[in-house]
Design a protein around this ligand. Structure first.
Ligand code: GDP
Ligand code: MN
Length: 380
């Protein structure tokens, strides 16, 4: 789950990290009032679940309340990387001397939370990693001990030669680690961590991604979900208990089981196609889930062909076939569909599909090839 910058800042602040004050506005008039309250120059920041807002015109300085209103008006009309801006954060502007990067991710290789820090912050950390990898320090954290002070100081000195600033950064990194662990995060990031001309160290941006599997035991964190800021298809899928991730391609995939879904996406790519999504309808075979899956996939205009790939184990393929029939009766398809199913009750499933005018196959390779050909308009 993604949360907004202002929400992540609240969590980081509660952990003790120094962050300038801020208030959220949904209208330009509110933005002006907040700017007046703070006085002086403020920053108006789009609150969307996307990085690189600065480059997209979603982060701007305003010298006075009137300018804050004008800028907020403009930003509230923006769509950044597909996300409509509904809220802006107004925060007193800091004077910046240097910008650094501090992040924590979960690293599968070391099975640990890993710090990534760089004195070259502000811009895309991916660019820094590619062009000047020696400017990034990586440090895995042993979960038994947390971030020990001397390790935090090693990173502090990697960022700042100045002892006071290195100490301040080390403390912030320990606080960030606490926030990361207690929130069940899979990512926590401060970019930029700045120094001011006066020598203070402050976090000016905050990002956090929470592991969905941590939400059940953290209702306070789960309450931060903002469905209006999520892709509608992902909201729909979550409410239907489907595991769904929207992707950029045009082959809509409906698969049972995450492993088979991954293998299906690999094969789509292997045959020159691009999957439009990852979708796992799960191990059980509730026809309702198939109906929801088809509704979600067909509402994506970039989908040019649908590929069903079902392996019947616990899943009964006849249930899936019934789901396909029901769903397409409710909403007739406007794009071609390729159905591959094999396993439990396969004969019954094939019969149901045939009686309702669908053809189906049992070979995965053939099915994927055909779906890719249909999606790319190269079908024979
Ligand atoms: P992002 O582009 O989505 O990562 O948004 P950020 O919050 O990181 O802002 C982008 C850039 O705007 C930062 O790297 C800073 O250079 C600048 N910026 C953000 N807040 C302030 C501020 O308080 N004062 C000044 N002078 N610049 C800021
Ligand atoms: Mn940033």
């Amino acid at each position: 789950m993604n949360i907004h910058e202002y929400q992540a800042k609240d969590i980081f602040r509660n952990a003790g990290i120094p962050i300038p004050a801020g208030d959220v506005a949904t209208t330009a008039a509110d933005a002006e009032a907040i700017a007046r309250k703070f006085g002086g120059t403020v920053v108006v920041k789009a609150q969307v679940h996307a990085g690189g807002r600065g480059k997209a015109g979603g982060v701007k300085l305003a010298k006075n309340p009137t300018e804050a209103r004008e800028i907020a008006e403009g930003i509230l009309e923006l769509t950044i990387k597909g996300f409509r801006v509904e809220k802006v954060l107004i925060t007193p502007a800091a004077d910046i001397a240097t910008e650094a990067y501090v992040g924590i991710i979960v690293d599968r290789a070391s099975k640990r939370a890993v710090f990534m820090v760089s004195p070259a912050g502000g811009i895309d950390i991916e660019e820094v990693a590619a062009a000047t990898p020696d400017k990034i320090m990586r440090l895995p954290v042993d979960p038994r001990y947390g971030l020990l002070s001397y390790k935090a100081m090693q990173m502090g000195f990697f960022l700042y030669p100045d002892l006071k600033q290195a100490r301040a950064a080390a403390k912030i990194m320990q606080q960030l680690y606490q926030a990361f662990i207690t929130s069940g995060a899979s990512l926590a990031e401060i970019n930029p961590l700045v120094t001011t001309p006066g020598g203070d160290v402050q976090a000016l941006d905050a990002k956090m991604v929470v592991d969905d599997n941590e939400l059940d035991r953290r209702p306070d964190v789960a309450a931060l979900r903002d469905e209006s800021s999520e892709a509608p298809s992902e909201v729909d899928a979550r409410n239907a208990n489907l595991t769904f991730i929207k992707l950029d391609g045009n082959v809509g995939c409906v698969v049972n089981g995450a492993g088979l879904a991954m293998a299906t996406m690999d094969l789509v790519k292997y045959y020159g196609g691009e999957p439009a999504n990852f979708l796992d309808i799960g191990g059980s075979s509730n026809p309702e889930k198939v109906v929801s899956a088809l509704r979600i996939i067909t509402s994506d205009p970039s989908v040019k062909a649908i590929l069903f790939n079902i392996f019947g184990g616990i899943t009964r393929t006849d249930d899936v076939a019934n789901g396909i029939v029901t769903a397409t009766r409710q909403n007739p398809l406007t794009v071609p569909i390729v159905i591959r199913l094999t396993g439990t009750n396969e004969e019954i499933a094939l019969k149901i599909l045939q009686e309702n005018g669908f053809s189906a196959m049992t070979d995965m390779d053939e099915a994927v090839k055909k779906a890719v050909a249909l999606a790319t308009g190269k079908a024979a």
